[in-house]
Design a protein around this ligand. Structure first.
Ligand code: CAA
Length: 379
């Protein structure tokens, strides 16, 4: 593994770092408080090319790949995890899925506009009764001539009320994960309505909603992959998405460490800065260790995905370790800050709330362990 980043990757990281500092960070706390979608940061991200990193050049993107996306996401999440997940879902769950599984016609129709940011993408797999057991979904798509007619509901859809295009998973066959198919669906289509918006603990300016389909007609040509093979489309896509969430966790960890170092230097107790106490030093050292280890796991998983080599195990390891570490770092960052860390005046309060979701969405901590254990037992 090459530890030196190529020039173009360094350029993307630096561009994302400036964008995070200048555009995402300034309003992050206020957007979080008001549960306000980050419209301007997303618009600016599009302008900078951060919405087309996984779209090949022939379809209007930069095609820089998963490692480039990771470098950008880490920087963005360090400033605002709500912008981070919006960009992660758009790139890794929507555009990437169409690029990997769509027909030439679908790629030409959607990818250029997703890459430019004219369209925002989302991913509709979960339902109120089907979360970790994703293969038990009940939203139905029934063939009717050259269309499918979709009826049912989806839940926990990141960006669902702002997205223009969804990757929808619906039941087209018998029970279980063998009867699921994937489609590209547009929000403007008749029969599709946005439902309840979830009031959340963290990532409050990212919106999370339900979707309802009432005899919504989807062209048969919008099928992704083969009929009844959509569960594999879902899991292959999630392998990439999980690397994105690991980046979110890493960005939060880095923000926690920066804030804690700053505070440890400034805050004085017993006539010295608290950074002079070993109890605080050990927390900072442990945070740094987890950050570096998570980064290596993320780089490995992203590089394997870019090389089109098996990476499901490595993606699960990266997400599992990074998300658990983010929660540990956020808890310790609050502890370093004491009472100040418990108040919204200091950003670690937001990091603590934002970190929590990284162990839940795109496969819980427990599901990542299942994925890892199944690889071990299969081998
Ligand atoms: N890529 C492609 N195919 C895969 C795969 C992968 N990574 N992993 C498994 N498959 C294939 C298997 O080989 C199998 O194929 P065959 O039947 O031909 O052998 C098929 O998929 C089914 O696999 P399993 O039998 O292992 O499936 P399962 O029903 O036991 O489920 C699971 C496995 C790991 C529990 C899976 O359901 C899972 O990951 N659940 C979590 C779902 C999840 O992550 N949801 C996140 C919601 S999306 C979200 O959060 C988005 C957002 O907005 C932020």
């Amino acid at each position: 593994m090459d530890f030196d980043l190529r020039e173009e990757l360094v350029a993307i990281r630096d561009l994302a770092r400036d964008f995070a500092r200048d555009v995402c960070a300034p309003g992050a706390a206020e957007r979080d408080r008001k549960e306000e979608f980050p419209t301007e940061p997303v618009r600016k991200a599009a302008e900078l090319g951060l919405m087309g990193l996984l779209v090949p050049e022939e379809y209007g993107g930069s095609g820089l790949g998963n490692l480039a996306l990771c470098l950008a996401l880490i920087e963005v999440n360090k400033a605002d995890a709500s912008v981070g997940v919006t960009l992660s879902v758009h790139n890794s769950l929507c555009s990437s899925c169409i690029n990997s599984w769509g027909s030439e016609e679908l790629k030409r129709k959607y990818l250029p506009r997703l890459a430019s940011g004219e369209l925002l993408g989302a991913y509709a797999l979960s339902e109120t009764g089907s979360g970790s057991d994703a293969g038990s979904l009940t939203c139905k798509a029934v063939r009717d001539g050259d269309h499918y007619v979709v009826t049912g509901s989806k839940a926990w859809i990141t960006s669902g009320d702002h997205a223009d295009v969804y990757i929808l998973f619906a039941r087209t066959g018998g029970e279980g994960n063998k009867g699921v198919s994937a489609f590209v669906v547009e929000r403007a289509w008749k029969g599709l309505t946005v439902g309840k918006k979830e009031p959340k603990l963290g990532i409050r300016s990212s919106s999370t909603v339900q979707l309802h389909f009432d005899k919504c007609k989807v062209p048969a040509s919008n099928l992704l992959g083969e009929l009844n093979q959509g569960f594999k489309v879902a899991l292959h896509t999630l392998d990439g998405g999980r690397i994105g969430i690991a980046c979110q966790a890493l960005g939060i960890m880095e923000a926690c460490l920066d804030a804690s170092v700053r505070y440890a230097r400034e805050r004085k107790q017993f006539d010295k800065s608290i950074g002079e106490f070993q109890a605080i030093q050990w927390k900072l050292a442990e945070m740094k260790l987890r950050i570096d280890a998570a980064r290596l796991l993320i780089y490995r998983a992203a590089s394997l995905r870019d090389a089109k080599k098996p990476h499901g195990l490595e993606a699960a390891e990266a997400k599992l370790f990074a998300s658990q570490s983010a929660n540990w770092c956020a808890k310790e960052a609050v502890q370093v800050h004491g009472g100040a860390g418990y108040c919204a005046d200091f950003p670690v309060e937001r990091y603590f709330r934002d970190a929590r979701i990284t162990e839940i969405y795109e496969g819980t901590t427990e599901i990542q362990k299942v994925v890892i254990a199944r690889h071990l037992l299969r081998e």
